[in-house]
Design a protein around this ligand. Structure first.
Ligand SMILES: NC(=O)c1ccc[n+]([C@@H]2O[C@H](COP(=O)([O-])OP(=O)(O)OC[C@H]3O[C@@H](n4cnc5c(N)ncnc54)[C@H](OP(=O)(O)O)[C@@H]3O)[C@@H](O)[C@H]2O)c1
Length: 325
């Protein structure tokens, strides 16, 4: 038998239950991974609360993990038993000792990337890869605003932006988080719980404002984010930590300077095996070069997944959080 976290109804962290189940045999095109570490992500909270509907109930949770392949289904050629692997997509259910998923979502880990680092960074690192290298291929010299700069995605974005020669202005809610973001490479920080973000951006950029804004906060920051852009700037809305952006009047984009907006996702970018491999290659190269390192600031036993989610949701975490089966 194998332990996994499930939820039978949406709600608070208390709906998460540890259950025992027989490990699922991999079907054609699938592998079963014995997880050594599991990643915690804000998207897991969206599924638990019902903002994003789970495909079926009761449901597993989580899409990020790293471990060892222990069973291989028919037709899988690129993986074998004993391979060290990681994944960031696929069916919900990574919060588990063992997870069975499509093999085309699973990649071999380079020898120099340990399981905890991989579980803490596959989803977040590939997200930063597409945000900074594909949604708009930053060349260096741009000024960008990146919300939640001390979080899991944010702390990787600060380092990657610095490596690209991009001036990243990071928003954070505390002085401690500001110090962390600056240590990661943020060019400047703004405490959005005490400072006027638009005015501070104006000061920091000598009135030029930002080429791009990366907004994972959603409802609370949407309008402010648009006001931080220069004319024809790009708003990248990629998350809803404060709730989803709804009821947008598209005319506002014209009023605020002929702006562009996109609402991307990891699954929308890593949508083929070829693209996933290209993104992993780029991300692993950043890890290997030392230009990006992963701050695992919180570790919880898998059985305390609910407690870990409460900490993430109440803004108590910094960097990445992992669950240990
Ligand atoms: N679209 C995609 O492909 C994709 C992929 C990965 C992640 N994301 C999004 O990226 C964001 C970051 O994900 P993460 O897992 O790395 O989380 P995280 O950044 O480690 O944690 C979320 C942070 O958001 C900030 N925040 C602001 N308002 C908040 C509120 N009302 N409630 C909770 N937090 C709030 C907090 O930082 P402060 O205290 O500094 O404000 C908090 O620490 C999430 O919105 C997630 O959905 C999107």
């Amino acid at each position: 038998m194998s332990q996994r976290i499930e939820f039978a109804e949406t709600g608070g962290a208390e709906v998460l239950q540890m259950v025992e189940a027989a490990p699922k045999a991999p079907g054609p095109g699938e592998v079963r991974v014995c997880n050594k570490a599991v990643g915690l992500n804000f998207i897991d909270i969206y599924f638990r609360t019902g903002l994003y509907p789970a495909p079926s109930m009761p449901s597993g949770l989580g899409t990020e993990g790293a471990g060892v392949v222990e069973a291989v289904g028919e037709g899988v050629t690129h993986l074998k038993e004993g391979d060290r692997v990681a994944y960031a997509q696929g069916p919900l259910g990574a919060y588990a000792e063992q997870h069975t998923l499509p093999a085309d979502k699973v990649v071999i880990l380079p020898d120099d990337v340990d399981f905890e680092t991989a579980a803490a960074s596959m989803l977040k690192g590939l997200t930063v890869q597409y945000l900074l290298r594909q949604t708009y291929p930053l060349k260096g010299g741009e000024t960008i605003l990146f919300h939640a700069a001390a979080g899991g995605v944010g702390s990787i974005a600060c380092q990657w932006a610095r490596a690209l020669g991009v001036k990243l202005i990071g928003t954070v809610s505390t002085a401690e988080k500001a110090a962390l973001a600056e240590k990661s490479g943020a060019w400047a920080t703004i405490n959005y719980s005490t400072e006027d973000v638009v005015e501070r951006v104006r000061e920091l950029t000598d009135g030029a404002m930002c080429d791009l804004v990366y907004d994972s906060i959603g409802k609370d920051t949407w309008e402010t984010s648009l006001d931080c852009l220069k004319s024809r700037g790009l708003m990248v809305s990629f998350g809803n930590a404060s709730g989803p952006v709804e009821g947008v009047n598209i005319g506002i984009l014209n009023q605020k300077g002929a702006l562009f907006v996109t609402r991307p996702s990891l699954n929308g970018y890593a949508d083929t095996r070829e693209r996933l491999e290209m993104m992993c290659e780029d991300f692993f190269a950043m890890l290997n070069s030392g230009q990006v390192s992963i701050d695992i600031a919180q570790r919880y036993p898998l059985s305390e997944a609910g407690k870990a989610q409460e900490a993430l949701q109440s803004r108590q975490t910094t960097g990445s959080t992992i669950l240990l089966p």
